[in-house]
Every structure is written in C-alpha cells, then in structure tokens.
Design a protein around this ligand. Sequence first.
Ligand SMILES: *Cc1c(COP(=O)(O)O)cnc(C)c1O
Ligand code: SF4
Length: 318
Amino acid sequence: MNEISHDVKISDHVRGLIGADDDVIGRQYVPSNEERDIKPDEMSDPIGDERHSPVSGIVHRYPDRVLFKVVNICAVYCRYCFRKDMIGVGADNLSEDDFDRAIEYIKYHNEIWEVILTGGDPLILSARRLQKIMDALGQIDHVKVIRIHTRIPIADPVKITDTLLSVLESVSKSVYVVVHVNNTREITSDVEAVILSLRGSGCSILSQSVLLKGVNDDAEILEKLFKKLITLHVKPYYLHHLDRAKGTSHFRVSIGRGQEIMKELQGRVSGICLPKYMLDIPEGHGKIPINGCYINAVLDGAYSVEDYQGHKHNYKEF
Ligand SMILES: *Cc1c(COP(=O)(O)O)cnc(C)c1O
Ligand code: SF4
C-alpha cells in the first residue's frame, strides 16, 4: 500500500460547505483511501511540464506563451490535482535566483506575448510579492497579457483582500483571471462578491473546470454551473478531461462519457455558456479540444454532419 502523498488543506470557507448528504464539495478536498490505488498509467508529471522547462519555474510549450510557476503551495489541495507531486509544503519554492532567471528568460524571448501565472496558486502570495512579479513583467514590452490561474476566489475568498485587488488594478498589461470551479455549490454569496470586486479591479474573468466523477459528470449539473458563471460575467473557458496524476482513478470519467455530456449541452445551452472540452496529451504534447465529432468525410467534398438533436444530414461542397 502506498502512502497518501498529497498534502491536505481545507479552508474555513470550504469546511463550511461540506455537507453530510451532498458530497460534491467534500469529494474534492477530503482525502480518501482510494488515493492509495495507483494505476499503471498514472504519472507524477502527467502533462509533461518538465520536458518544456528551459529554466526553473518556466514551462514554454507554445511559442507565444509561457507558464510561470511562481509558487508551489495552494490555499486548499484538490485531491485530483494534476500537479500533486510537484506542489505542497515539501515542494521547493522558487528561489530569488530562479525568479530572476525566469524574468530574464521572458525578457529575452520576444515571441512571448502572454505570461500565465500558475503554481500552486499565485494568489496565495503576499500583495508585496505579487506586486514585484507584476512590476517585473510590466517592464517587458512584448508581454501584452498576464493570465492568472487560481482556485482562491472560489475556495478561500477571504484571501482576496483590498490590497491584493489594488495590485491587480495597478497592472499596466491586460489581466485575465481564470478561476477553477467545478460545481455551482461552490459559488456562495461571498464568492460572488469576490468575483464582482475582481471585475471592479479591471480584470477579465474566465473559468476552468475539471470533469470529475461524483462532482459534475452530468449535463444538468454543468448546465447550471456554466449558466451561473455567465450571469456573473465569467466566461467558461475550458472543461478539462482529468489528467492521469497518481491516485486519481476514482475521479475518472471516460472521454466517451465526456463527449456525450458535451453533445447534450450543444445547442440546448447558449453558445456563450459552453467551454471547450480539453485533453492535455501526456508527455508534453499540449492541449487539444475533444468536444465530440459532428462531421465525417464521406467522399471528396461530401460530408455527413450531425445536428444538435443527433439527426444526420448530408453536406456537399460542390
Ligand atoms: C495549458 C498550458 C498553456 C495554456 O494553454 P491555453 O490553451 O492558451 O489556455 C500554456 N502552456 C502550457 C505549458 C500549458 O500546459
Ligand atoms: S488549486 Fe490547482 S494546483 Fe492547487 S491543488 Fe487544486 S488543482 Fe492543484
């Protein structure tokens, strides 16, 4: 039997949401014995970050954007985390030298248009530290967009303080905040208020969710989530197919089932509500949309296409 290797941290906010008869919140954060069951196809670096890391803290897989892993801890630990073997209290944090080298790397690569702050959770940093990062990036002309991937507005909203908001407001680049949220039950009035204040500080807000068994593997649950987000002016961006991190098989939903859910939503739910269903190809080959297939080539220029109700039609280009 293996030990459960992933840290446990549950915020007061989340603790207040864990209900006895409804496990959708608890499942995401409370460790279970199933985590000891490590399948042969599971990996400690399921999306291949290491292969594309030219200097510590930077992952440069696509020409025009980099991940900048500014911190290795989070406010809460999600049991299905794709980077669970790289984060937590025991993980090395970025040293000052690493930080300087990462900034130099970005500075000397003119093709980098967007910097994605991730980790860990970037918003766990002090306002002073975050300001330092923003100031350093602010001085690099070719960087036009700063994106922040975070769970904190959803899982520990009290950490979004006025001081932190004023740092975000001061940034000279376009700031996009991508909040990680999986079920409508996570969006309390406190969370709504924080989303409103993030918007107030000039950030555009997107969301990402992970398709998780027992949490949101159902078209009705996702429809409710995406509609709620859109009414809060948060654009659902990606629905991730679960990465194969170690000890996460109890969260797994098959790609076939995921596509079935996306097909149920397509056409029945407003287009602005629908994220792309994404697969991160193992070993660092990048992300691709796997929404499901609506078109098949029959002959040269002739296709069979499927409408949102599942009816097939012919489509000809000649
Ligand atoms: C996910 C990811 C990105 C961002 O991809 P988008 O499709 O732009 O959201 C960038 N770099 C790496 C290495 C990634 O894993
Ligand atoms: S917040 Fe993100 S990085 Fe942190 S444990 Fe959850 S999924 Fe992993």
